[in-house]
Design a protein around this ligand. Sequence first.
Ligand code: ADP
Length: 577
Amino acid sequence: MRSLRTKLVLIMVLLILALMTVAGSFLINGVGNFYIGQFYAQMERTFSQEFIRQLQELSGDGPERMKELLMAQSDLGIDLTGRNVYILDSAGNVLDGSDQAEAVSMTANLLAALNGEVGQNSSITTSYMDLAVPVAGPGGSCIVYVLDSKATVNDLTSDLLGIILQALVMGLAISVVLSFLMSQILSTPLRALSKGTRRVAAGDFSEKLAVTSRDEIGALTENFNYMSQVLRDTLGEVENERNKLSTLFLHMTDGVAAFDASGRAIHFNPAAAQMLGRALREEDRFEDIFAEEAELALVLALKSPEYVEAEKAAGDRSLELFMAPFSSEGAPGGVIVVIHDVTEQRKSEQTRREFVANVSHELRTPLTNVKSYAETIVSAGDELPPELAQQFLGVIINEADRMTRIVQDLLTLSKFDYGKMEMNISRFAFRRAVEDVFEAVAIDAKNHRHILTLDAPEALPAVNGDRERIEQVLMNIVSNAIKYTPDGGKIAVSAGAAEGRVWAKVADNGIGIPEKDLPRLFERFYRVDKARSRESGGTGLGLSIAREILSQHKGEIRIESVSGQGTTVTVTLPAAE
Ligand code: ADP
C-alpha cells in the first residue's frame, strides 16, 4: 500500500515536471520565434525599395561593390556571429560573400529567389534562417542571400534550458517539502480517524474524536463521532434487551434449551439442567438428550407456529417438552426446547386416581357385607333363629356405622382441601385438653388391659386454636396406640413445653411400624395392616386428618417407630402468647 505521503510527492513531482516542460517548451519556442521575427523585421527595414534599386545599379559593377554596400548596412548585423551575406548568380553559385564559403546549400528561400521572388520564410525547426532577394539590374541578375546559422539563439536556448533545469530542481525540492507538509496536515486527522475506527470496532466508545478543522475531514470526523454515538446507543439497547432476556431465562421456572441447526447446545438455563438432571455443556448434542423424543431434522423442518410436543422421563421426573424451530437470517437456525416439569401434576393425577379407587374399594366391602347379610335374613325368613338374625342385624348396623365414619372423614378432608373447614378458635389450657382425652380413653385402655399413664406438669402454656379438633387429633393418636398394641401393653401419654411451643407425646410398646411404611402413613387410606385396621374400626384417614388439622394450627406431627417394639407419636403446637 502506498502511503498518502508517497502519493502526494509523486503527484507534486509529476505536476512540477509537467509545468516545467510546458513552460520550458513555450519559452524556448517563443525565443526562437521572437528571434526569427526580429531577423525578418531587420531584413525588411534594410531591403527597402530604395536599397534594392541601389543594389540593382551596383550589379553592373560586380559582386564586390554589392558586397561592400551590404556589409555597410549595420542593420543586417553581418558582423554578428553566424550571420553572413552572399551574392549568388542566377544559377545559385556563390560569387562573393562575407566569409570564404564556396557554396551554400539550396534552401526553400533560395529556390524562391531563383524563381524571381523574395524568399523570406523560416521555421523554428530548421537549424538556420535565411533571406534570398533577387536583384535584376542592367548588368544581369543576381541573388542577395543572407544566412543566419542561429548560433546566438542556440546559445540563448541552452542558457534558458540550464535556467529551466535549475528551476526544476528547486521546484522539485520545494514540492517534496510541501507535499510532506501537506500529507502531514491531511494524514494526522486521518490517522486519528483510523485509530478511532479500530477502537470503536473493538467496542470502546469512551472517547470522542476531536474535530480540528472545518473541511471535509472535519465533517467526516463529526459524522464518525455521530455514527459511533448512534452505534453505542443501539448496542446499549440491544444489550439491555439481552440482559432482560437472560435474566428472564435464568429465573424462569420452565427449562429452556437451545440447539443450533447442527444439534449443538448453545443455550440452556439452570431450570433445564435441573429438570434433565444433568449439567448441560456446549458439547452436548440434541440427539444425546432427546434421542427418544424427537428427531432434530423433523423439528427443523416445521413451519412456525408448529411445534412438537413430547413427554420424557428423567430420573423420577416427568417432563413435558415443546420443541419449535427458530430461523436465523432466513435459514433454519436451530431448535428451542421448552421443558415443563409435570411431575407434581402427574403425581396428583395418580393420587386422585388411586384415591377414587380407594374410596370405591373402602365403601364396596361394607356394602357387600350389608347386602349379603340382609339377603340372608330375607331369604331365610322365619327359618332363621332370632339370635342369629339379631347378630346379622348387628353386623349390618356396624357396617353402616363404618361407612358413615368413612364418609364423615372424607367430608372433613374435602373441607380442608377446599379451605372450607371452619375453625372455632379459642384460647384453652393445653394440659386440660390432654387430660380430657386421657380420661376419655381410660375405659377403652382398661378393656384392653393396657397400662395407661399421664405425665404432664400442671403449669403448661395455653394454646390458641380449635380445642375440639386438637382433641380429635390427640384422641386419634391415643386410639391408634390402643388399637395397635396387643392387650396388656403400656401406653404413656406425656406433655410439656419448650421454646414457645407445647408438645404431647404418646408412646406405646405395640406392634410398631416397618421403616418403609413410615413416610406413607399420612397418605389417605394408607394402612400398614389393612385387615387389622378394619377389624378395629379404622378408616385409614385418621392421620391424614390429624396432619391437616395441625397444619391449620402451625403445628407438627412426628412418628418414630421400631417394628415389633413400639411407636412414639409427637405433636407440637405454638403456645399462646
Ligand atoms: P387407621 O384408621 O387405620 O388407624 P390412621 O390414619 O390413624 O388410620 O393410621 C394409619 C396407619 O398407621 C394405621 O393403619 C396403622 O397401620 C399405622 N399406625 C398408626 N398408629 C400406630 C401405632 N401406634 N402403632 C402401630 N401402627 C400404627
